[in-house]
Design a binder for this molecule. Sequence first.
Ligand code: F6R
Length: 598
Amino acid sequence: MDGLARLEYRGYDSAGVAVLGDGALRTEKRAGKLANLRQALEEQPISGDGAGIGHTRWATHGAPNDVNAHPHVDNDNRVAVVHNGIIENFAALRLELEEQGCKFASETDTEVAAHLLRTELARHDGLASAMRAVCRRLEGAFTLVATSVDDPGLVVAARRNSPLVVGRGEGENFLASDVAAFIAHTREAVELGQDQVVELRADSVTVTDYDGDPVDVREYHVDWDASAAEKGGYDYFMLKEIVEQPRAVADTLLGRVSVDGQLTLDEMRLSPEELRSVEKIVIIACGTSYHAGLIAKYAIEHWCRIPCEVEVASEFRYRDPILDQQTLVIAISQSGESMDTLMAVRYAREQRARVLAICNVNGSTIPRESDGVLYTHAGPEVGVAATKTFLTQLAACYLVGLYLAQVRGQKFGDEINAVIAQLATMPDQVERVLDTVEPVRELARSLADADTVLFLGRHVGYPVAMEGALKLKELAYMHAEAFAAGELKHGPIALIEDGLPVVVVVPSPRGRSVLHDKIVSNIQEVRARGARTIVIAEEGDESVRPYADVLIQIPAVPTLLQPIVSTIPTQVFACELALAKGNDVDQPRNLAKSVTVE
Ligand code: F6R
C-alpha cells in the first residue's frame, strides 16, 4: 500500500490489490483515491503469504468504478493482472474470448489479458511462458504484471511502450512503473527494455525477450532516497517542490565545466562532429516541457544561429515533418515516458535525425531510445503539476545551447563562460524570488472567485505566460489563456472587461528596449479597457508602476534567463489560488503525472 501511495501521482481514480496464499487469490478494489482502498482493507483485511500486486488507475477504457479498477482476474479466479497502457486490439480479442465462453466483468481492455493468460496457461509451462504468448497477441502499449495461484511466489511482468523497472533487494525483489514505489526498500534498480518479460521471485530476477531468449539488462543505482520523495513537513508535494527549485537548478548546473573552463556534457553521447553537422533543430515536447522548448528556441537561435522549430509532440509525426541526418531533434520530457513524445522520438529516428533527450528520470524510455541525453537533476517530482522539473529543463536547455555554440565555434570561450557565470547565479536569484512571494499568495486568495485570468508576454515572457495559464487551468480548474502581447489587438482584446485579471510578464528594460516599451503600451491598452493588471517586472523597472494594479518584482537577470525567475510567481499564484478553492494541488482532477497513452 505504501508503494502504491508513492505511485498514486500517476493515476488516482481507483486502486486495487491482489494477494496470493493458501492456494487462493484474494482481490480488493475501490473507486476513488487510494484512501478508499486503504479503508476497505482496514475494515476487511485480506492476507496471503505469496506474492502480491497492486495498481492505481487513470481510466482509459471504462469509467473509474470498483469493477473496472485493477487487478482483473480470469473466470476461475486463478490469474490476476494489472496493466498500464492501452491494448488496441482488445475489442477483437474480447469477441474471440466471449465466443470461447469467457464472461467479462468489466469494460476494460485489461481484462482480456487476464482471460488470455488463463487460456495460455493451460497450453504453456508456467506463467512466464504464457505471458510471452499473450504479449505476442497484443497490440498497443502495455505494462502487464500478473500472478497465478499455480505459483504463489512468482510475479511475471512484461512491457511494451510503457514503463517498468525492477528493484533488487536482499531476499526480496520489486517491480513498479517507477522506482519511487520501492525506494524505501532498495536503491538498486534494473532497467527493462522494450518487449521484455521479467520473472520475479524473492531471490531471483530473470529477464527474457518475448521469445524466451535471455537478454542483457542495465543495472543502476538510484541517486536519491526515500526522504526525497516525502512531503518533508509541507502539506503538499507541490509546495515543497516549488521551494526545492534553487537546489534543483544548482544540481542541474553542477559539474558541467571542466578544469580547463570548457563546458562538458558527459552524458550527451553525441560527438562534436555530429553536432557541427547539425543544420536544423526541432524541439518536441508536451505541456510544460513544450513551454521549456519554446524558451529554448530563443536562446539556441540567439547563441548558435541554428534554425530551431518547436512542436507539440502529439502533432509532430502526423504532419510529415522534414527531417534528415543534419536535423537534431531535442525531446524534452521530465518523466521520459510521455507516449506522445516517445512516439515522436521514434519517428524522428526512423527519419535518421539524431535525437537528444532532456529528461529527469534515469532509466526511463525516452533517454534510452535517444542518441544522447542530458539529465536534469531535479530529484523526484511527485506533484502532478511540473514545477522544479520545468526550471531544470530551462537550465538544461541553456546548457545545450551554450554547448552547441562552443563546439560549433559560434561564440568565444569567454562569452560562453560569462553566460555560465550568470547561470550559476540563478539558484540564488530563484531563492530571492521565493523569499518575496508572500504578496502573490494574498493576491491569489483574493482572486479565488475569478472566472478567467489572462496572461500576456513577449519574447521569452510569452512561453512563461503560457506556462502560467496552464498551471492555473490544471490546478484551479479555471479558464486561463495566454497571448503574445502583440497579438492582443488582433482579437483577444475583445475579451477584456471591467475587473478582468490580466497577468503581464514584462521583459527587462535592459534588453531590447523596444520590446519593453511595447509591452508597457499593451498594459495601458488593457487597463484602459477595465482590466486589473498584475505586472511581473524587474526590480527597478519604475516605468510599469503607474499601470500596474499589482506589481510583482523579480530580480534583474539577463533577458534570455528571465524565465527562470519570472515563472515562480505564476507557479505560486496558481498553487495558492487552487488551494483557496479547496483543490488538491498534488493530484488535480482528470490528470496523471506521466501520460503513457497517446
Ligand atoms: C503540467 C504538466 C504536463 C507535463 C506533460 C509532459 O504541469 O506537468 O503538462 O509537462 O504531460 O510531461 P513530460 O515532461 O513527463 O513528458
